[in-house]
Design a protein around this ligand. Structure first.
Ligand code: PHE
Length: 452
């Protein structure tokens, strides 16, 4: 394959498309719910440290691998490191496959909430104004037909877009949608922090209680950082492969991480002050965002408009992430199972939808628990706390120890740019990241399975 690889239309478009993959449910749904689960501010702090130390370095490594390899994760790693490293690309396929199966379920919830905001299924906001947001969520997820119908819709839309080719559509829409999402989020922050009773939530979110720091919490922060930045499964390798030769990888990685982290941070600043103001427990789990936000919208002038607009944007943000996840699976089918694009799209869509059905049923209690968790939680846990950290270890080792010279050339654009922190980056990839992730992973596994 010697033809010129497709490249992004503009730097801004490229950044927005990468941000479109990174920014999604991970920021607005998962970050607050995990933060609530692991003790609030102390988790936020851990998360920020993990993003700066490990997330950013890994993102640079992945983009460098992609631009040098000019292929997807398996292909790039095969070219640069040989057969055994391409296994990491395979792991990416498995993770993307499992994540998308439940991610599409939650994307379906956002679509349902959009419909409910405009009163298609009875009034979301009226119910929320009467303090019934939690009941509404409960009765929605208990209705297995709705949940499955929305899952099918999301998978259908995702598959249709990927089938038609994504380059123009994704880049063009992300350029408008991402900034709009940001602006709506800012308005919500203003409303949330000025609610009566918001201060309890603000201090839960911003005042760390170090007694709540655990190995599981740190591991969850690493998993969340990878998840939110779309790392450790080859997506940034693919996006990097479309980078032009004069893109500065350190700079673009910083921009993407900063955008992604700000959206997550702002989402927390909406959710926690409002949750505590309305008496919702911050550790309410997967339902947190869906219970809290309608309560806030109900308190706003033109709440319905905000609610509909917000859930629509969230749906679109989720969709751009679904697309990038689905593209991993489809590309895998094409490159490694010998399918054509059409066949790969259809086969993967069917398989992923089938795998998504238990998750769609589980939150409403229509599916048996696995290891004490709902199926959706279980998939989320296994991918984020187990497989992604291992992928992260392998990728940082590859960039730091095996493909060192190549990485240096990419990060400095063959000596054209000066990457001042190169030594720091190398030290993180060689020592800090692999050891830290390994120790924490081992501590967590030990704590979970061996210490009774
Ligand atoms: N980063 C996305 C989010 O935060 C989720 C995602 C993970 C998308 C991995 C693509 C790949 O929602």
């Amino acid at each position: 394959m010697s033809e010129k690889r497709e490249q992004w239309g503009s730097k801004f478009g490229m950044l927005m498309a990468a941000a479109g993959s990174a920014i999604g449910l991970g920021n607005i749904w998962r970050f607050p719910y995990i933060t609530g689960k692991y003790g609030g501010a102390v988790f936020v702090l851990t998360y920020l440290i993990v993003v700066c130390l490990i997330g950013l370095s890994l993102m640079m490594a992945e983009q460098a691998i992609g631009r040098a390899g000019k292929s997807d994760a398996v292909g790039s790693l095969l070219k640069l490191g040989g057969k055994k490293w391409s296994i990491v690309g395979w792991m990416g396929f498995i993770v993307a496959f499992i994540i998308l199966s439940y991610y599409a379920v939650i994307a379906g919830w956002t679509l349902a909430y959009f419909c409910a905001s405009v009163d298609v299924f009875g009034s979301l906001l009226q119910g929320a104004a009467q303090g019934k947001a939690a009941d509404l969520f409960g009765s929605f997820v208990a209705n297995q037909y709705y949940c499955i119908a929305f899952l099918l819709t999301v998978m259908f839309v995702t598959a249709t877009i990927v089938y038609r080719g994504i380059a123009k559509g994704v880049e063009a829409s992300c350029k408008i949608l991402m900034p709009t999402l940001f602006v709506i989020l800012l308005m919500l922050v203003v409303r949330a922090v000025t609610l009566p009773g918001a201060s309890k939530g603000i201090s839960f979110y911003l005042k760390p209680d170090f007694a709540k720091l655990t190995a599981e919490g740190i591991l969850a922060a690493i998993g969340q950082a990878f998840y939110s930045l779309s790392l450790a499964m080859g997506i940034m390798i693919v996006y990097g492969s479309y980078f032009t030769e004069d893109t500065s990888i350190p700079r673009s990685a910083c921009t993407i991480s900063l955008l992604d982290t700000s959206v997550a941070f702002l989402a927390g600043l909406v959710i926690f002050p409002s949750a505590l103001a309305f008496g919702i427990e911050p550790n309410a789990g997967v339902a947190l965002t869906f219970i809290t936000l309608p309560s806030v919208f109900a308190q706003m002038p033109a709440g319905m408009l905000f609610s509909a607009g917000f859930f629509m944007l969230l749906f679109i943000a989720a969709l751009t992430s679904c697309i990038s996840l689905f593209e991993v699976a489809v590309a895998f089918g094409i490159d490694h199972l010998g399918f054509e694009r059409k066949k790969s799209t259809v086969v993967m869509a069917i398989l992923i939808t089938l795998l998504g059905i238990p998750s769609a049923l589980s939150v409403g209690g229509h599916f048996p628990k696995i290891c004490g968790m709902d199926c959706l939680d279980f998939f989320d846990y296994v991918t984020n706390n187990l497989i992604m950290p291992i992928g992260g270890i392998l990728l940082t080792i590859f960039a730091g120890w095996v493909w060192t010279e190549g990485a240096k050339a990419e990060l400095t654009n063959h000596g054209k740019y000066d990457f001042k922190l190169y030594k720091v980056w190398l030290f993180i990839c060689r020592i800090v990241a692999p050891i830290a992730i390994f120790v924490i992973l081992a501590a967590d596994i030990y704590g979970k399975f061996f210490k009774k």
